[in-house]
Design a protein around this ligand. Structure first.
Ligand code: NAI
Length: 330
């Protein structure tokens, strides 16, 4: 197939080039938007990522260009207007999952960095400041960790914190029976928020989970609790979160995602103004540890993403060829 590959980054091209087989891929560094959609002309399929715009107008434009297939090389599909896809009779391919450890371990890294002040400690050492005053941290061992969303990533995260000697409470609209059998306790969301020392978000972003953490739910958290978000930015109402941090309601926030990340994350703005006041408040807050959506960024995950996405394109292509062959025989 000929594939227009948006938001292309060198670290993923390596794997797609190695595994692409007969597919022809045009790497387009720009994100997919209404303005850049025309670059897909002449291709059969589009391959897009987390921060590409897959709203109805963009999909309509792709359809007009003859694109019949959209491949999403990510797990969350919250940026895709799936009703529009149906209306336009376009096929959606996506990867069912890849190394959940990549994201779960990023969440653990962020959590440890936050509660042990590791970024600040490292910065001090690089400037020759070896003082450890003000760097008093918190043990993970013995803490109660609340995991919201016990799918692939939530489960991997949960097993890691069990290894640290934490007690785990879980919340999910579809509890996992095997986890219950292994001793994980599911509780209502309110109870989880009230009892956990650390809350980690691993649920999908849906209308039900949008702004799950907001001005009404934040006060339910234990004073001094920590919040981790490697799910999606919009699970958390950022302004309410920053207010809770300023008010001392929350001890710290570690995140790999931000609700307005689309413009900035994965691009170098070091020499350009960042005009998003909320992002500026978030990224400079002394009790926030933020990375720019890199949970998937391990060799293992990138390889699995490329393999799985290309398999999906091949499967679709083979089915189409079979249909055409069958039709010509009738
Ligand atoms: P999954 O589909 O295996 O698990 C999602 C879980 O969320 C399911 O168990 C589901 O029942 C639960 N859920 C859905 N609605 C809920 C609700 N209203 N309340 C509570 N739980 C609810 O997905 P997976 O692979 O574990 O990924 C989880 C999320 O992590 C993705 O949706 C995506 O947003 C995010 N993600 C982030 C990455 C990063 O680089 N930071 C990379 C990959 C995924």
């Amino acid at each position: 197939m000929t594939i227009a590959f948006y938001s292309a980054q060198p670290f993923e091209q390596r794997w797609f080039d190695e595994l692409r087989g007969h597919h022809q891929i045009t790497y387009i560094p720009e994100a997919l938007t209404l303005e850049t959609a025309s670059k897909a002309a002449g291709h059969q399929a589009v391959c897009a990522f987390v921060n590409d715009d897959l709203s109805r107008p963009v999909l309509q434009q792709l359809r007009r260009l003859g694109i019949g297939v959209l491949g999403m090389r990510c797990v969350g599909l919250d940026n895709v207007d799936q009703h529009a896809l149906c209306d336009l009779d376009m096929t959606l391919l996506h990867i069912p999952g890849y190394s959940p450890f990549s994201v779960a371990e990023q969440a653990i890294g962020l959590l440890l960095g936050l509660i042990r002040h590791l970024p600040e400690a490292h910065n001090r050492v690089t400037t020759g400041n070896f003082s450890i005053n003000g760097l008093v941290g918190t043990d993970l061992h013995g803490k109660t960790v609340g995991v919201i969303g016990t799918g692939r990533i939530g489960k991997a995260f949960l097993h890691i914190v069990q290894g640290f000697g934490c007690k785990v409470l879980a919340y999910d609209i579809g509890p996992d029976r095997r986890l219950v059998e292994s001793g994980v306790v599911y509780v209502p969301l309110r109870e989880l928020l009230q009892q956990a020392d650390i809350v980690s978000l691993h649920c999908a972003l849906t209308p039900l989970t949008t702004y799950l953490i907001n001005a009404k739910t934040l006060p339910l958290l234990k004073p001094g609790a920590f919040l981790v978000n490697t799910g999606r930015g919009k699970l958390v109402h950022t302004e309410a979160l920053l207010d809770a941090l300023d008010a001392g309601q929350l001890a710290g926030y570690a995140a790999d995602v931000y609700e307005g990340e689309r413009t900035y994350f994965h691009y170098d703005y070091a020499d350009q103004p960042i005009t998003d006041a909320l992002l500026n408040r978030l990224r400079t807050h002394p009790r926030v540890l933020l990375t720019a959506h890199q949970g998937f960024l391990t060799d293992e995950a990138l390889r699995q993403i490329a393999r799985s996405m290309l398999n999906q394109f091949s499967f679709y292509d083979n089915q189409q060829t079979a249909l055409i062959t069958r039709a010509s025989m009738c």
